[in-house]
Design a protein around this ligand. Structure first.
Ligand SMILES: *Cc1c(COP(=O)(O)O)cnc(C)c1O
Length: 399
């Protein structure tokens, strides 16, 4: 492995401190490195592999599409894009879809749609967006501008501007930032990178009411928490609060790089028109064949129901670890997106887990993040907890 890692560090831009593992293949809930070592996957490639690895019929659908038609650009129509858009509308109750190649690009589109919506109302070009502290929306300039982490932004200033930051679940902090220039309030329904913070019902209700009262658009970023992860297809469906614009990516392609932003008909009719926005690859037949197949497989195999059924078991086992170890303060999350909040850095624990064939990641220095494939069984949860327990026991006396 060392040879490949050395070679990688000569060729790739060093923007990540990577774990010293080179992966080679995967199957179901497991990944294998090039030396044949087996790892239980509890991170899903950062929430991508909702269906685990090589789910039945998924690969076949992609292979068939490769043999048929790979690319058209958006100068023409293609069948998989129609299919994927129609299915995304069905599961979300939103009306219009724009396909992108990544999550950040979906966020860029959502910001443009919100600005255009406000521009068409008053012809002004100084509209503001309220985003949240500790949010994460991606690394491109627009997405970075609404990401509430100064460390990510600072060296790349100036940002797009006219962005204000409020605090998640603190409605007064949102209210304090609202002006007659506010065009959108945006946040992750359940913050991922920022530390697994779910929105409270009260916050969702109050923000929604405020948005309706002032014709401000509610943009919910479901890139990490969407696609069944919280026990509903989209996390906002747990709250009964529907966004005007939603971003998705990660698990929507289950391994194919793709994203989308969706909106209500009202926003669609009053924002982006022909010539306003575009992409060469977005809506590509291969990517859309993946989305369409993923949505079919979710429905046929009751994936969302499975998440609802298995969540209490994971929560119970994680709560047992909270009770057992003093350094574990609490558990936070929804469904199969959970965090164990510790009072010290969790790096040594994660390294120990990897050593023992378990992949877990962090969300901030002190939080262990759980993002397993949604197809997991109780046996996988038991295997994970056994390995994590050992690593925690080893770490309990280190500060
Ligand atoms: C990962 C993520 C993004 C960015 O998606 P990319 O595909 O990495 O550009 C945006 N928002 C949230 C909530 C994410 O988790």
């Amino acid at each position: 492995m060392k040879t490949y890692i050395d070679q990688a560090e000569q060729a790739l831009l060093h923007t990540y401190n990577r774990y010293q593992i080179v992966f080679d293949k995967s199957e179901g809930m497991y990944m294998y490195d090039i030396e044949g070592k087996k790892y239980l996957d509890f991170y899903s490639g950062i929430g991508v592999f909702a269906l685990g690895h090589h789910y039945k019929d998924y690969d076949e659908a992609l292979k068939n599409q490769i043999d048929k038609l790979l690319h058209t650009s958006n100068y023409f129509y293609n069948v998989p894009a129609v299919d994927a858009a129609t299915k995304l509308k069905e599961v979300s109750g939103l009306d219009r879809v724009f396909f992108t190649n990544s999550g950040a690009e979906a966020v860029e589109g959502a910001i443009k749609a919100a600005r255009k919506y406000a521009y068409l109302k008053d012809g002004q070009t100084d509209h503001e967006i309220i985003a949240m502290e500790h949010s994460f929306h991606g690394r491109t300039m627009g997405a970075l501008s609404v990401t509430g982490n100064k460390h990510y932004r600072e060296a790349f200033e100036p940002m797009i501007g006219h962005v204000k930051f409020a605090n998640m679940n603190d409605f007064d902090s949102v209210l304090a930032n609202v002006t007659d220039k506010t065009c959108a309030i945006m946040f992750e329904t359940l913050q991922g990178e920022g530390g697994i913070y779910p929105a409270s019902q009260e916050f969702m209700d109050k923000v929604k009411a405020l948005c309706e009262e002032k014709d401000i658009l509610l943009i919910l970023d479901e890139i990490q928490c969407g696609m069944g992860r919280t026990g509903k297809m989209f996390a906002w469906q747990n709250y009964g609060v529907k966004p005007d614009i939603m971003t998705v990516a990660k698990a929507v392609g289950c391994g194919i790089p793709v994203g989308a932003f969706l909106m209500t008909e009202k926003v669609a009719q009053n924002s982006l028109v022909a010539g306003d926005h575009g992409t060469t690859y977005g809506g590509n037949p291969l990517a859309c064949a993946a989305i369409a197949k993923v949505l079919d497989l979710f429905a046929e195999n009751n994936i969302v129901e499975h998440v609802q059924e298995i969540t209490p078991y994971l929560e119970e086992k994680l709560d047992a670890l909270v009770a057992k170890y003093d350094f574990v303060e609490t558990r936070r999350g929804l469904g199969l997106m959970q965090g164990l909040v510790c009072n010290k850095p969790v790096g040594p624990i994660l390294n120990d887990c990897l050593e023992n064939g378990l992949i877990l990641i962090n969300a901030g220095a002190n939080i262990i993040r759980f993002l397993p494939p949604l197809i997991l069984t109780k046996e996988h949860i038991d295997e994970m907890c056994e390995k994590l327990d050992k690593a925690m026991d080893k770490a309990k006396d280190i500060s």
